[in-house]
Design a protein around this ligand. Structure first.
Ligand code: NDP
Length: 330
């Protein structure tokens, strides 16, 4: 396993990590969840991602239960959770001081942990002043309930505002962002956040490296049974997998399949390795509903050195979506 710094912080995270959305406490049974976490640990993964909203808290319970039962040393693990959607009541969601404090306590209870290594604001909250959120997140860190705090899907401007408040008030600033990043979704990581890496040392823990499975090639002939899109309660995902935009993406996946074939790897491995190639990515959070998927995707690490300039250019030619930097077109 390769370990990368989380931005300019001193924390080392495995370049490949493992997440629990859709799967833990919902799509997969506990034995599969356990097998996946063990396979990840055996491969050197130290970073595990969850959120209070995943399976309405059950994902945290399952993950915490496995950590407890396996008796893994706490200092070997980097555990991340996210706060925003904690329940149905008016104060169970959002980024008020009340929800952040109560949500964190409930999360730690479910995981049977004394602290999380990382805690994220799962989305921006337009109803709460950023200043209130920055104070509360900073207090979580100062109270020892988390070591670092960050954001997920915040705009560059919102992150800069949080930084400015933290500097002015001598509070703990955000360390990392959790954005979507994959061959089809590039703008934030490659363009919008560009200044934040240099100026604030922002780390990124990226999600949906395979665009929810689309980049594995298994949706090339429609939606197969047993996939996340076919699950009860996840129909809202369908537009991302069918319709005009998805058809255009599938056409690209078919062409990328030829690149994978020439490299002697699977399409999933190519998709993950392509994310790893970006040095601004601190860790790629993998998702898997079967241990075989996870083991296959962990193999992406070995592929990275073979993605040389010629291969990257060939991929770029297929994708045709490289974000344009202002200084490129001036
Ligand atoms: P991916 O884009 O990698 O999708 C993972 C899914 O793709 C798997 O669950 C599986 O779905 C399918 N898959 C994966 N590997 C293979 C393979 N080799 N062959 C065939 N199918 C495969 O990542 P996720 O969307 O799951 O995101 C990863 C993690 O990121 C989440 O678990 C979560 O922790 C985090 N996340 C954070 C978000 C945020 O807002 N901050 C939002 C979303 C995710 P199937 O069961 O259909 O086969």
């Amino acid at each position: 396993m390769e370990y990368r710094s989380l931005g300019s912080s001193g924390l080392m995270v495995s370049a490949l990590s493992f997440g629990t959305w859709v799967t833990f406490g919902d799509q997969v049974q506990e034995d599969t969840a356990r097998a996946c976490m063990i396979a990840a640990r055996e491969a050197g993964v130290n970073f595990f991602d969850t959120a209070e909203v995943y399976a309405e808290g059950r994902a945290e319970e399952v993950m915490g239960g496995i950590i407890e039962k396996e008796g893994w040393k706490r200092s070997d693990l980097v555990i991340a959770t996210k706060l925003f959607w904690g329940g149905k009541g008016p104060n169970d969601r959002g980024l008020s001081r009340k929800h952040i404090m109560e949500g964190m306590d409930a999360s730690l209870d479910r995981m049977h942990l004394d602290y999380a290594d990382l805690v994220y604001c799962h989305r921006p909250d337009p109803r709460t002043p950023i200043e209130e959120t920055v104070w509360a997140m900073s207090d979580l860190v100062r109270n020892g309930l988390a070591f670092y705090w960050g954001t997920s899907e915040w705009s560059a401007q919102q992150i800069m505002e949080a930084w400015a408040i933290a500097r002015r008030e001598h509070l703990v600033p955000p360390t990392m962002e959790q954005p979507q990043y994959n061959m089809f979704t590039r703008d934030r990581v490659e363009h919008e956040y560009a200044r934040l890496y240099e100026e604030f040392g922002l780390g990124t823990t990226i999600w949906s490296p395979l665009a929810g499975g689309l980049l594995t090639g298994k949706y090339n002939r429609g939606i197969p049974e047993g996939t996340r899109v076919s699950l009860a309660g996840y129909q809202w995902l369908r537009p991302g997998y069918e319709g005009d935009e998805a058809t255009a993406r599938v056409a690209k996946v078919e062409k990328l399949g030829a690149v994978a074939k020439d490299l002697g790897c699977t399409m999933a491995q190519l998709g993950v390795a392509w994310c790893l190639k970006n040095p601004r990515v601190s860790t790629v959070i993998l998702g898997a509903s079967k241990v075989e998927q996870l083991i296959e995707n962990l193999g992406a690490l070995e592929l990275v050195p073979r993605l040389d300039a010629a291969v990257m250019e060939r991929i770029e030619g297929i994708l045709g979506n490289k974000p344009v930097m202002e200084r490129d077109w001036r």
